[in-house]
Design a protein around this ligand. Structure first.
Ligand code: PMP
Ligand code: GLU
Length: 384
C-alpha cells in the first residue's frame, strides 16, 4: 500500500521516546522525562495575553501564507537587533515551526541526488528531511571536542554538493561555532559559488560559553546564499504553538511560500500574534530562562561526571547534555531502553543523532526532575 517514499521514512526518535514516556506517565508510572528538548517554563504571560486578545478580537481567519505583515516586520527587526542583518519583508517568512522551514528549504533547494553536508552528531530530522527531498546527506564526523572539521568539509565538496548545513548552538552536542570557524565557512562559500548555506539558529539565545556568530553578518556578500532558520519554540517556551521563521534570498522565500501555500497555508493566526509579542516585546523572560538553564547545566554536568562509567563535556549552548556511555559496554538504544523500562528515566539514544556511544539528556526539564533523574541514573549504572 505504501509508496517507496513512505517506506523510507522512520519516525522521529526524539518525539517517539517522549510520547512513549508521557504515555507511561499517564498510566501512573513515575517517569522522569529528560527526552525531547522543550523548556518546562510556561509561555510568558505577555505572550499568552496577546494570543487571548487575538482570539477575543476574532483574529481567527486565514492570513497571508508567509505571515501577517506585523510578524514579518517584527522578524526583520529581530534580525537587525540581534544579528545586525537587514532583511526586507519579502526576504522573511513564518512557518508551522522551525522544522517546517527546514523541510520547505530542502524541498525548494535540492534536486534528486544533490548532496547536503552536515556534521555528526546532527539533529535527527535533518537526515529524514534531506531524504524526503531526494537529496543525499553527506555526514562528516565532528572533531573530538565536537567542533567542525573544516578539512573534511572542504574535501567532501563535489559537483553534486548543494547545501552546507550548520547548527549552532548544536542539538545535541551544544557546540557553539567560533568566529574563526565562521570565517573559514565564509571562505569556503566564497570559493564554492554554487554552495548554499542553511544555518539553523533555533538555540541562539541559549549560550553559556562563547557568543552567537552569524555568518551572514560577517559576509554580507553571501547573504543571497544563506538561509537562517529560527523559531519562537525554544526561545520563548512556545514549542506547542508551532511558529518558526526564516530569512534568506527573496527567490527562495517566494518558492517556499508557494510550497507552503499547498501544504499548510499560513501558520496559526493566533500563534502569529503571539510571536509578534514574543519577538518584539520585553525580552526579560529569555534572560530568566537562560539564568535557570545555566544553573541546571552546571548541576547536571557536574553530577553526571561524578559517575564512573559515563562522561560529558559542558555544552557551550542549547540545553542538552550529550553523554558518552562507551564504558558501560551498551549501545545507546539498549542503554536508553533499559534506563526507561528499569529505572523510569527517558533519554534519547545517541544513535538518533549518528553517535551510538552517546545518550542525550535535556536539562530544559525542571530542577526536581533533573535531581530525580540523576539519582536514578546513578543507581542504574551500579547494576551495569
Ligand atoms: N532545529 C533544531 C536543531 C531543533 O532541535 C529543533 C527542535 N525543536 C528544530 C529545529 C525545530 O523546532 P520547532 O519546534 O520550531 O519545529
Ligand atoms: N527538537 C527537539 C528535540 O530534539 C524537539 C523534538 C523534535 O522536534 O525533534 O528534542
Amino acid at each position: 500500500m505504501k509508496s517507496e517514499r513512505a517506506k523510507k521514512i522512520s519516525p522521529s526518535a526524539t518525539l517517539e521516546i517522549t510520547s512513549r514516556a508521557k504515555k507511561m506517565k499517564k498510566e501512573g508510572k513515575d517517569v522522569v522525562i529528560l527526552a525531547a528538548g522543550e523548556p518546562d517554563f510556561p509561555t510568558p504571560r505577555r505572550i499568552k495575553d496577546a494570543a487571548i486578545k487575538a482570539i477575543e478580537n476574532n483574529f481567527t481567519t486565514y492570513t497571508p501564507t508567509s505571515g501577517i505583515p506585523e510578524l514579518k516586520e517584527a522578524i526583520c527587526k529581530k534580525f537587525e537587533r540581534d544579528n545586525g542583518l537587514k532583511y526586507t519583508t519579502k526576504e522573511v517568512m513564518a512557518h508551522c515551526g522551525g522544522k517546517h522551514a527546514l523541510y520547505l528549504a530542502f524541498q525548494c533547494l535540492l534536486n534528486p541526488k544533490d548532496e547536503v553536508i552536515l556534521h555528526i552528531p546532527y539533529w535527527n530530522s535533518y537526515i529524514e528531511q534531506v531524504k524526503l527531498a531526494e537529496g543525499l546527506p553527506v555526514e562528516i564526523m565532528s572533531k573530538p571536542d565536537m567542533s567542525l572539521d573544516m578539512d573534511q568539509i572542504k574535501s567532501s565538496i563535489t559537483d553534486k554538493t548543494k547545501v552546507l548545513l550548520i547548527n549552532s548552538p548544536s542539538n545535541p552536542s551544544g557546540y557553539v561555532i567560533k568566529k574563526e570557524e565562521a570565517l573559514v565557512i565564509g571562505e569556503i562559500l566564497l570559493k564554492n559559488k554554487d554552495l548554499f548555506l542553511i544555518s539553523d539558529e533555533v538555540y541562539e539565545y541559549f549560550i553559556y560559553e562563547g557568543k552567537h556568530i552569524n555568518i551572514a553578518s560577517l559576509f554580507p556578500e553571501l547573504k543571497e546564499r544563506i538561509l537562517i532558520v529560527n523559531a519562537v519554540s525554544k526561545s520563548y517556551s512556545m514549542t506547542g504553538w508551532r511558529l518558526g521563521y526564516c530569512a534568506g534570498p527573496e527567490e527562495l522565500i517566494s518558492s517556499m511560500t508557494s510550497l507552503q501555500d499547498h501544504m499548510t497555508s499560513n501558520p496559526s493566526s493566533i500563534s502569529q500574534i503571539a510571536a509578534v509579542e514574543a519577538i518584539s516585546g520585553e525580552q526579560e523572560d529569555v534572560k530568566i530562562m537562560l539564568q535557570e538553564f545555566t544553573k541546571r547545566r552546571s548541576f547536571l554536568v557536574d553530577t553526571l561526571n561524578r559517575f564512573p562509567l559515563i562522561s560529558c563535556s559542558p555544552p557551550g549552548g542549547a540545553f542538552y547534555a550529550f553523554v558518552n556511555i562507551e564504558k558501560t559496554g551498551m549501545n545507546s538504544v539498549t542503554f536508553a531502553d533499559k534506563l526507561l523500562s528499569e529505572s523510569l528515566v527517558a533519554v534519547i539514544p545517541g544513535k538518533a543523532f549518528g553517535m551510538d556511544n552517546y545518550i542525550r539528556l535535556s536539562f530544559a526539564a525542571s530542577r526536581e526532575a533533573l535531581e530525580k533523574g540523576v539519582e536514578r541514573i546513578e543507581k542504574f549504572l551500579k547494576t551495569v
